[in-house]
Design a protein around this ligand. Structure first.
Ligand code: SF4
Ligand code: SF4
Length: 374
């Protein structure tokens, strides 16, 4: 039985020396000989879209800077990359997230995973394309953001791996895996296919997000930085601290099972054993599909009539067109002299539009029963 360790630090703000010290302490626990032997490091932040760091949607640049400085001191070559969602230009995302200035300040190579070659990996009956950059670096540091998520309840380290899938292929996968369960299976397959390449994962929860995550929620000063070589153990621990149960996060059980990890066998610092963020708003993301899973097939049709949700464009829309261009099933269309319209009969409820709208103008409407967050 595998007994992984999760490291946790209380850090109140993005003060570089403090974050640097925590990161160095985290990395000192890595046993892999690659930490000494490998010449090239790939850092994979959460670069969901063009959002300023204070919005708490993307990994804070100070966390990345701490990692960059750690590896530069050890004479490593550093690549930093992602494949942001939606149709916003990569350069704009990089600039707004504060990552471009890191590339100006330090000798790091920026890699757009959407334009690199990719490799097709197989796991069980699923085939997944991932950026070739992942195989060109001996050390890979995965740096997610600590947030709620409308589709998967929680996002930390494992969901962050989805950024290794190049550009619009992500939309194809959403189309092919429209419900929470199949999308969770895809995430687990992705994890299973690339887990041996990931050296260490960090979740930046110094400022995170609760409520309507992953982009329209509330930034929260959680003051937590998490790290581990085990992604399932890390996400389990971080999501539990936010208040989620194992069954709330659909990919967690299969990912823990894959590694043979029992939650009770995860080592965490003693001071965090009973630690809980009691005021984190996680009720907003307890959603329909997770509940539907527990409804017997025969009653499901009737249940759907009273328990449903759907995305709707609000009057906060600025008509930027990102949702129209990003919907994997083309369920959003322009209307003459009006905001885009979501055709509910076509929508597969992947919530990409909600995730990618830069103005948080897409609301998730819920039926009365769904609002109860059962
Ligand atoms: S809903 Fe959001 S993403 Fe869609 S057009 Fe309006 S502002 Fe842009
Ligand atoms: S309208 Fe939004 S939620 Fe529906 S399929 Fe398109 S992107 Fe997904």
């Amino acid at each position: 039985m595998h007994r992984p360790t999760v490291q946790i630090r209380k850090i109140d703000n993005y003060h570089l020396p403090e974050v640097e010290e925590a990161v160095a302490n985290f990395f000192s626990s890595i046993k892999s000989p690659k930490m000494h032997k490998a010449k090239r490091v790939l850092i994979k932040p959460n670069a969901l879209g063009a959002y300023a760091p204070e919005r708490a949607i993307t990994t804070h640049p100070i966390v990345l800077e701490a990692i960059i400085r750690y590896f530069l001191k050890r004479d490593k070559e550093i690549w930093i990359g992602d494949s942001p969602g939606g149709s916003v230009a990569f350069d704009k995302v990089w600039q707004t997230c504060g990552f471009a200035s890191l590339a100006d300040k330090y000798p790091v190579k920026v890699v757009n995973f959407s334009t690199t070659n990719f490799r097709t990996l197989s796991y069980q009956n699923l085939q997944i394309k991932v950026s070739e950059a992942l195989f060109q670096c001996g050390i890979v540091i995965n740096v997610g953001k600590y947030k709620t998520h409308q589709l998967t309840s929680f996002t930390g380290a494992l969901k962050n791996l989805y950024g290794f899938v190049p550009g619009l292929i992500k939309s194809e996968y959403h189309r092919a895996n429209p419900d929470t369960t199949s999308f969770a299976n895809l995430l687990v397959a992705l994890y299973a296919s690339i887990r041996n390449r990931i050296t260490y994962s960090i979740i930046d929860g110094i400022t995170g997000m609760d409520g309507n995550g992953p982009s329209a929620g509330k930034p929260r000063d959680f003051g937590l930085l998490f790290g581990s070589t085990s992604i399932p153990a890390l996400d389990y621990t971080a999501s539990r601290i936010m208040g989620f149960r194992l069954k709330d996060v659909p990919y967690l059980s299969p990912a823990l099972h894959l590694e043979g990890i029992l939650p009770s066998h995860i080592d965490i610092p003693i001071s965090f054993r009973n630690y809980q963020l009691t005021d984190a708003d996680i009720k907003t993301v307890r959603l329909t599909q997770k509940t539907l899973k527990y409804v017997p097939g025969i009653a499901r049709k009737a249940f759907r009539k009273v328990y449903y949700f759907y995305p709707e464009v609000s009057d906060r829309c600025r008509r930027c067109g990102i949702c129209v261009n990003s919907c994997p099933v083309k369920a959003i269309s322009w209307q003459k002299n009006a905001n885009p319209y979501i055709h509910r009969e076509q929508c597969i409820k992947c919530l990409c539009c909600h995730e990618l709208c830069p103005y948080q103008a897409i609301d998730i409407k819920k039926s009365f029963i769904a609002k109860l967050g059962i």
